[in-house]
Design a protein around this ligand. Structure first.
Ligand SMILES: [Zn+2]
Length: 226
């Protein structure tokens, strides 16, 4: 398993100086952290993982869209969202690498399902304590937002269940961060494209992990019985 970084689309010397610390953090910290969290051996799928770093004016994708793209065993990222990220352990990426790991889970109900809990736990695992604390506080604020119910009412009905799953994941994580490891071990891999089936697979997992407590919230926020 090797890690490669292509910084030929970034220009400033200060940016280029961060390429090596970035890819070392990916290889030595973030990659093993996600292996522990997910239990997935991505080496089976990827003999190498490649990052390409771009300055804004070199970005080959739509401007103003997402600042990162993950494909099979590779990721492209804007320099501001990768090598230029400030943390006391140096720059790293916990987002695109998680997309690569989650490609092994099968069909997902939502492209960023389990991202809140998983990214936070990765920050904790790699020792970015400040990033973890700030992120944890943000997640708590989202989950306990006083207008949470109104947020659901305003959502299109076909969006509600996947958002209820994201909320449930965060609620469970806040009550016990260790559950994120269990999410990945209890989830059944499945490739059916049907959205209801994707949601049901995740709902069965949340129900099991929460020992039945997730059921009520999910059913009351747009999920069909599973
Ligand atoms: Zn993403």
């Amino acid at each position: 398993m090797t890690f490669q970084v292509d910084c030929s689309h970034a220009r400033a010397p200060a940016t280029l100086a961060q390429c090596r610390p970035f890819i070392e953090n990916q290889a030595c910290k973030v990659f093993p952290a996600y292996r522990r969290i997910t239990g997935i051996n991505l080496e089976k799928e990827c003999s190498a993982i490649t990052y390409a770093i771009y300055d804004k004016d070199q970005w080959p994708h739509q401007q103003g869209g997402e600042g990162g793209v993950a494909e099979r065993c590779s990721a492209e990222l804007l320099s501001e969202f990768s090598v230029l990220i400030k943390s006391h352990i140096g720059p790293y990426d916990v987002h695109e690498l998680l997309h690569l790991y989650q490609s092994q889970l099968g069909a997902l109900p939502y492209s960023h399902i389990l991202f809140g809990a998983s990214q936070l736990e990765a920050r904790r695992e790699i020792g970015d304590h400040y990033g973890y604390e700030a992120g944890f506080a943000r997640l708590k604020k989202e989950v306990f937002a006083p207008d949470l119910e109104q947020q659901f009412t305003r959502m299109a009905p076909d969006q509600r269940c996947r958002m209820a799953e994201v909320r449930e994941e965060a609620r469970l994580y806040i009550s016990n961060p260790k559950v994120v490891y269990v999410f990945y071990r209890e989830l059944q891999v499945g490739w059916l494209k049907d959205q209801a089936d994707r949601e049901a697979r995740f709902n069965r997992m949340f129900e099991k992990v929460s020992q039945g407590r997730a059921r009520k919230f999910l059913l009351e926020h747009g999920c069909a019985p599973w």
